[in-house]
Write a new protein. Sequence first.
Length: 432
Amino acid sequence: MALKSSACVLRLNTLRRAARLLSTHTRPETVQNGKTADFPGAKAPYVNEIKFLNENSYDPIPIYRVLDNNGEVIDNREEPNIDKETLVKMYKNMVQLNQMDKILYESQRQGRISFYMTNYGEEGIHMGSAAALAPQDLVFAQYRELGVLLYRGLTVTDIVNQCFGNCEDAGQGRQMPVHYTSKPYNLVTISSPLATQMPQAVGAAYAFKRTPNNDRVVICYFGEGAASEGDAHAAFNFAATLDCPVILLCRNNGYAISTPSREQYRGDGIAARGPALGINTLRVDGTDTLAVYNAVAQARQLTLTENKPVLIEAMSYRVGHHSTSDDSTAYRSVEEIEKWTKDENPVQKFKLYLERKGLWDADSDKSQQKEARDIVVKTMQEAEKKKRPHWREMLEDVYCEMPPRIQKQMQQMEDHLKKYNEHYPLNQHQSD
Ligand SMILES: Cc1ncc(C[n+]2csc(CCOP(=O)(O)OP(=O)(O)O)c2C)c(N)n1
Ligand SMILES: [Mg+2]
């Protein structure tokens, strides 16, 4: 008994000490009056008490929002001045995105394409950010940003051709579905290995900064899971120390495949890393399209005029499975998914906003849904009929000039196909 109570006292003392160590503010009496350190690595006041800092030492970074869940503007001063055509364009693209996701996801189940990833729950991040960018800005995406590409001008045909890997795919069937690329719309080719786009984006921004009269920024999208990669940390620090005009936009959708964000990191999310590295940072409600728009519009202005990076953490929820290779009900509850589908649905919220403004109604919604669905179905039928790329494409486009060893492989392949052509479906591919 005595042992037990002394153990209790010990635990209590430990807790009290811990609480003291974690207290938010340095009490004035602990600061050694008037004495400020001037090390090359830190200029800060001296204190005479040990205090370890951790995530409890600071308040959580707040989440900026403009709309409530009923699509009503909370503070009129924050309503962005977006013209009607643009607002309607943003919504129409959300509808198109949802229809593409639905039909392309199903087409994978039918064995018509090999793979797909949906974007449900992140439509607000896509349209809010895309509308705030300029066409000349350079986009580095991860893979779950199809709405951004749609808004920038990629057509349903471009997207479907890529997923089918036919001869009109800009990537010539070399990559899995959803790895889009577009030179005219300033979209750098999507890569499967996580976070590779991040140091590349910072490097591109550095090049823009060095260009006279630069009017371009880089936006780099990445997931909270990708932010654990070493490349992400390198990108943050290069962006900060080289003062690069880059918007680092984290889509924190709560999951990295089956890993929930509470297991992905300690501390206050991805946003907390920004101020620690000297990066202007904002956390925003990613289910609120207008909030994302304001955030990216201001970030663009700031990064362009001051050549400083901005980190935005857009909070959302990945409503769909990670990909067609995943069943998310194995690691999360149906109730959890429903909560985010109903109460915090970005498309619904934005639609209610448009309806309040008299820009949209049930009839226009019905016909838009049909139009969006029909174009995907029709485009898919056409895409399936198109030939596959010429086999030579497999070896093209890696180097500006093909090195001799690849020319040799090309010749070997040609000889092989001539000899054994009956074993290959060459009639399905483009030919010379
Ligand atoms: C370097 C690397 N490691 C692991 C993977 C496998 N992988 C593909 S997507 C993914 C989850 C990424 O999660 P997040 O960045 O949060 O993006 P989200 O899928 O949620 O949009 C993982 C682990 C990969 N593609 N690359
Ligand atoms: Mg994620």
